[in-house]
Structures are given as structure tokens and as C-alpha cells.
Design a protein around this ligand. Sequence first.
Ligand SMILES: Nc1ncnc2c1ncn2[C@@H]1O[C@H](COP(=O)(O)OP(=O)(O)OP(=O)(O)O)[C@@H](O)[C@H]1O
Ligand SMILES: Nc1nc2c(c(=O)[nH]1)N[C@H]1C(S)=C(S)[C@@H](COP(=O)(O)O)O[C@H]1N2
Length: 198
Amino acid sequence: MSDFDPVRIGVVSISDRASSGVYEDKGVPALQQWIARAVRNPVSWEARLIPDEQDVISATLRDLVDQAHCHLVLTTGGTGPAPRDVTPEATLAVADKVMPGFGEQMRQISLQFVPTAILSRQVAVIRGQALIINLPGQPKSIAETLEGLKDDQGRPVVHGIFAAVPYCIDLIGGPYIETDESVCKAFRPKSAVRAPKP
Ligand SMILES: Nc1ncnc2c1ncn2[C@@H]1O[C@H](COP(=O)(O)OP(=O)(O)OP(=O)(O)O)[C@@H](O)[C@H]1O
Ligand SMILES: Nc1nc2c(c(=O)[nH]1)N[C@H]1C(S)=C(S)[C@@H](COP(=O)(O)O)O[C@H]1N2
């Protein structure tokens, strides 16, 4: 039996073209691959591939939190300025609390990779006992924003946002998430660090 708490994670790819079969969806696999590398807990997945429709996105987020009881939901796509980019609006519509630090940090990280990082309006919110985070649609941006940028020795140049996710989930009453430090070191105040199990 695993020593780690089980975690339920929703991964949502929001793309008109991937959801209608114009191209293969790379969003859900990229999210799952990165989380599988970084998180040591046993994960049960809820995966969705949906178009850029505000009502559909909000309904999917409500379902993942209220019915499927996900502790964390990651979306990819639909954060830009184009008319059909409505993921931030759909996410804010289901929010109990807005967590502006995640969007601010993700844009800082992404500026290390692309000057168009400022075009992403990505947000993060709390709904019930879940954290919902928007990531950009470009599949490579998923690892970039979650993991951040490291130097040649593997030291962080800019912290990825996932470093703050486990403690955020502690604070909203979720499972204790532990990470593989070679991918992403989770930060918690000393008083919140749980002793390793014997
Ligand atoms: N789910 C996805 N799977 C594979 N590639 C994607 C996906 N989403 C985006 N991309 C790639 O990243 C680029 C930028 O993503 P963006 O979210 O801006 O797409 P878009 O132009 O809004 O179109 P769509 O919603 O139809 O994916 C796309 O042009 C595509 O090459
Ligand atoms: N890390 C990272 N962030 C990124 C990008 C990227 O390639 N890598 N692309 C940018 C671009 S070009 C756009 S338009 C916005 C919004 O993308 P979206 O509409 O696909 O969510 O994300 C930005 N953020």
C-alpha cells in the first residue's frame, strides 16, 4: 500500500480544433505526463477535452469539483485575447476565491521563454476544496509554467508555480501532496511539513 495520500486531479484541454478532431489533442497527455513525473502520490485522473465555449468550460469545472471531487484541476488553452479565448471568464464564474499570484508568477516564468507570455490572461481560483489553475494552450507551456526554469546545475532561475500547489491544497483541506524534488520542490513552512512515515 502507498504511504502517500491519494489525490484526484482533473485535466481539461480546451481547444476548438483538438476537440473537433482537426488535430490530435496534446494538452491532456502533456498535463498527465508532467504530473506523473512530479507527484509521488497515487493519482486518479478525470480527463476532459472540450471546445472553447464558456458555458461548457464552467459546467465542466463545476462537475470536476462538485461531482468528481477533484482536489486540483488544471486547464490548458483559451487564455489569450482572441474572441473565442474565454477560459479565464469561465473559471472566474465558478470561483469562491481568486488566487492572483498564480497568474502573475506564470506570466513571469513564461516571459523567460516567449515575449508573448503577456498575452495569456490565465487565472487560478479556489472552488470548495479544490484549486483550479489555467495554463496556456501551447503544449510545451505546460511543463514551462509548472516547473519553471532551471540553470545548468538544476537550480531554479524562476520557480514553477507547482512549488506552491501542495501547500495551497493543504490550506483548503485537501490531501498532503509530495513531489519528486528533482522535478519540483514543494515549498511549505516548516510547521506544515509532515514527518516522513517510518
Ligand atoms: N490541445 C492541443 N493539442 C495540440 N496542440 C495544441 C492544443 N492546443 C493548442 N495547441 C497548439 O498551440 C497553438 C496555440 O494554442 P491556442 O490555444 O492559441 O490555439 P487556438 O488558436 O486558440 O486554437 P484551438 O482552440 O482550436 O486549439 C495552436 O495553434 C496549436 O498549434
Ligand atoms: N510558457 C509559455 N507561455 C505562453 C506561451 C508559450 O509558448 N509558453 N504562449 C503564449 C501565447 S503565444 C499566447 S497567445 C498566450 C495564450 O495562449 P492560449 O490562448 O493558448 O491559452 O499564452 C502565452 N503564454
